[in-house]
Design a binder for this molecule. Sequence first.
Ligand code: ZN
Length: 311
Amino acid sequence: MSRSPRRSRLLAAVLVLPVLVTAACSAGPGEDGTVRALASFYPLQMVTEEVGGDRVTVSSLTPPGAEPHDVELSPAQVASVGAAQLVVHQSGFQPAVDDAVAQAAPEHVVDAAVHADLAGDASSHGHEADDHDAEDGDDHGADPHFWLDPTRLAAVADDVAAALSEIDPDGADVYRANADALTARLTALDEAYTAGLATCERRVVVTSHEAFGYLADRYDLEQVGISGVDPETEPSPARLREVGEVVRDEGVTTIFFETLVSPKVARTLAADLGVEAAVLDPIEGLGDDTQDYFSIAEANLEALRVALSCS
Ligand SMILES: [Zn+2]
């Protein structure tokens, strides 16, 4: 469908600069000479952009502001997976992306699920998750949201730097330095969380979707999710009663909801129980351009400190 405009653009290029046309073939650098990388959703896009700097052009398979769990890819996006020089994704999280990576077999792939040391079944998957497993994978309770633990996201930065250095050896020093700078910021964020959540009156965090398991593990909090790991799951009346009991027993002041998924269930439950409802963002995508991973993580920390009465 987009063939004819592209052809006329190519034709113009042929007339002006015949040499450039061969450079624009698939799986080569972009027209501006940058490495073409594709990330499957926002936190991985952020890491790839930070590590790549000016030498890399990063696109995302999940549109800004979209919820990444059940992303579907257009045929053009599937083709873009094959044309990218580097694909950064997380196996077991977005089945459509896993299928596209398996089908297009890009030359350089960073799988964050391997490098971020995911708990639970990540280690039992072996190297390549079998396509047939992806479907049951949704319900077996593994928490994909590793990026909410900044130290695990830093591990991905190292792997992105290594992959980019293979593709573009001249940039190796830049990628290494950028990865180190990103790791330093993530380490500072981790230290702010550790200090900010060290002394709190409560440690139970009630959330609309069970996205905060890695964060809870890292900072010794206890997560109680209204829905499961998949934000689209509707909680049962029995689950709502259980959560209500936790809220009363633990003196919970706040039920958290998030930005990319409807807050209705969490807000209704908070109103029924007479507690606050506030945003805790799983940083799966950006609501607007003024935010980034770090600004949202800092806002989350502040919201947790208020809800848990941390000193
Ligand atoms: Zn999620």
